[in-house]
Ligand binder design. Structure first.
Ligand SMILES: [Zn+2]
Length: 83
């Protein structure tokens, strides 16, 4: 968090400020915990991804796919490359 903002909050005489800051910090921590980079589902077959996943850029969008779909996508890609 911005140090200057914290300083302003610390100097403020509003009694609510510190509980509010504490609340904001807790919310940020929870949001950070919920925002996991790991995708939960394959975006092609919608199977649950357990451990490994692959990122493919399809139609300009990044997609998380399971190992099976990665294999089939790779096969398709090599087919396209060969013409
Ligand atoms: Zn899949």
């Amino acid at each position: 968090m911005n140090l200057l903002l914290l300083e302003i909050l610390a100097k403020s005489e509003t009694p609510c400020v510190w509980p509010c800051v504490g609340f904001a910090v807790v919310v940020l921590i929870i949001a950070g915990l919920l925002h996991k980079p790991k995708p939960s589902r394959c975006e092609i077959c919608h199977n649950t991804i357990n451990r490994k996943w692959y990122t493919w850029e399809l139609d300009g969008k990044k997609k998380h796919v399971c190992p099976e779909c990665n294999t089939s996508l790779r096969r398709k890609a090599s087919k396209n490359a060969l013409g």
